[in-house]
Design a protein around this ligand. Structure first.
Ligand code: PLZ
Length: 446
């Protein structure tokens, strides 16, 4: 067994980025891999640990994206690696619904314990966020005997057929890929920065618009579920105003609607709570998780009130690979790390260090219209100074500069003008400060 030594947690630029080996590998990629796949950084990774990635050319790059909010515990985190190695040596697959195994049950027990609320909960596991969302919709419809699903402007829920219909944005997620699933209804999202009405009454006004739409256009008695990301991810880290999620949750309870929180991106200590929905004490009927649950291996969860989760007939839920034992082992390692290393506290600390740094940049560069987010889920929205007109050109330039200088930062947003920060929660303060320095240089070049 080879043991890979951990990478020193420092940024080191030794060639142009992308360097010659990456450029050659990206040419091979273009020959072999479907052109339908995007490519954020044309840089090929050889190894990664914690918050540093090593590319083929020997550059050490700061990871500010965690593979889109997945490696919250850091890349190749030790407890994940140890448990995965143990599990692949024991057995790799049986199919849980054919012949069960303990670690699937243990992941469900952990999810039931960690999900908000003290009521009796049960879980099921799937392979990806989209698959978990699909299962949550199946379960809510079966439980309520209703069909309509209410989703929001700027929402993102996946790339399968049903989840494409749930997404708000046409390009690149939906264009030409229809027809889409029926019985999906979209309602306004209180996106404070771009809200046209008075901001003082945004919560009340948004709830009024949403409930009016539900009652007049759908009928509350036809709504199986309201599905929302407590902080919207791909849509641009849109944080709903205070009071909005509690009011929405109450409306669901009053009308027999299942309240479903998609915490695929915001979950697992990311926002300074185990789940973002906890910040206002809201208890979802169904919690959807994926990404960081597996610490880098594919796994997803649907966790909910026991009576909801038990409502479908036996064998109505399943899948060959859902909750694969190797992924379950990884999940147990990731959850153990999150709890034992207080990554919730770390996320809050990152929120302070990075958040203050971003506010300082915003004070210096008027192209930054807003700094928002919570904990280690932070974003800046770029605009044309003096307006709120989206500035995606500035965003591309800043992110390109950062890439060339060894810092990978992701974009987001309906208007492609948001820079989002999702660092591994184990990132050092030095790497955060180094990132802020590179960002400052990047904005200075605009
Ligand atoms: N729900 C809130 O953020 C995945 C998409 C990457 P999967 N977001 C990253 C891309 O461009 O494909 C996501 C999410 C929320 C669901 C999903 C879907 O999760 O694991 O990608 O299926």
């Amino acid at each position: 067994m080879t043991t890979l030594t951990n990478l020193e947690q420092v940024r080191r630029v030794v060639t142009a980025i992308p360097g010659p080996k990456s450029v050659a590998a990206i040419q091979r990629r273009a020959e072999a891999v479907s052109g339908g796949l995007g490519l954020t950084f044309p840089v090929v990774i050889e190894r990664a640990s914690d918050a540093i990635m090593l590319d083929l050319d020997g550059n050490q790059i700061i990871d500010m994206g965690s593979g889109i909010g997945v490696v919250n515990v850091g890349n190749s985190s030790s407890k994940v690696v140890e448990r995965v190695i143990e599990q692949v040596q024991a057995f790799t697959h049986t199919c849980f619904t054919v012949a069960p195994y303990l670690n699937y049950i243990e992941v469900c027990e952990a999810l039931n314990r960690l999900a908000p609320g003290t009521h009796k909960k049960k879980s099921m596991l799937a392979n990806s966020g989209a698959e978990a969302v699909e299962n949550a919709v199946k379960i809510a419809r079966h439980y309520t005997k209703r069909q309509a699903i209410v989703v929001f402007e700027h929402a993102y829920h996946g790339r399968t057929n049903l989840t494409m219909a749930l997404n708000a944005k046409n390009m690149p997620y939906k264009d030409g890929f229809g027809p889409f699933a029926p019985e999906i209804y979209r309602v306004p999202m209180p996106y404070e920065y771009r809200w046209l009405g008075p901001k003082e009454t945004i919560t009340e006004d948004a709830i009024e618009m949403i409930t009016h739409k539900i009652e007049k256009e759908i009928g509350a008695n036809n709504v199986a579920a309201i599905l929302i990301e407590p902080i919207q991810g791909e849509g641009g880290f849109i944080v709903p105003p205070l009071g909005f999620l509690p009011a929405l949750s109450k409306y669901c309870t009053d009308n027999g609607i299942v309240f479903m929180a998609d915490e695929v991106q915001s979950g697992f200590a990311r926002t300074g709570n185990m789940f973002a929905i906890e910040s206002e004490g809201v208890i979802p009927d169904i919690l959807i998780t994926a990404k960081a649950l597996g610490g880098g291996l594919p796994i997803a969860g649907v966790t909910g009130r026991a009576e909801i989760m038990d409502s479908s007939h036996v064998s109505g839920l399943g899948g060959t690979f859902g909750g694969n034992p190797v992924s379950c082992a990884a999940a147990l390692g990731a959850l153990e790390t999150i709890e034992s290393e207080d990554l919730i506290g770390r996320a809050r600390h990152i929120g302070d260090v990075l958040g203050n740094g971003l506010l300082a940049l915003a004070a210096k560069y008027p192209v930054i219209g807003e700094v928002r987010g919570r904990g280690a889920m932070l974003a800046i929205e770029l605009i044309k100074p003096g307006t709120i007109e989206p500035n995606s050109d500035a965003m591309s330039k800043v992110l390109k500069y950062c890439m060339a200088n060894g810092v990978f930062i992701l974009s987001a947003g309906t208007y492609n003008n948001v820079i989002r920060f999702l660092p591994p929660l184990v990132i050092t303060d030095d790497l955060l400060m180094d990132t802020l320095t590179v960002l400052d240089e990047a904005f200075a070049t605009l």
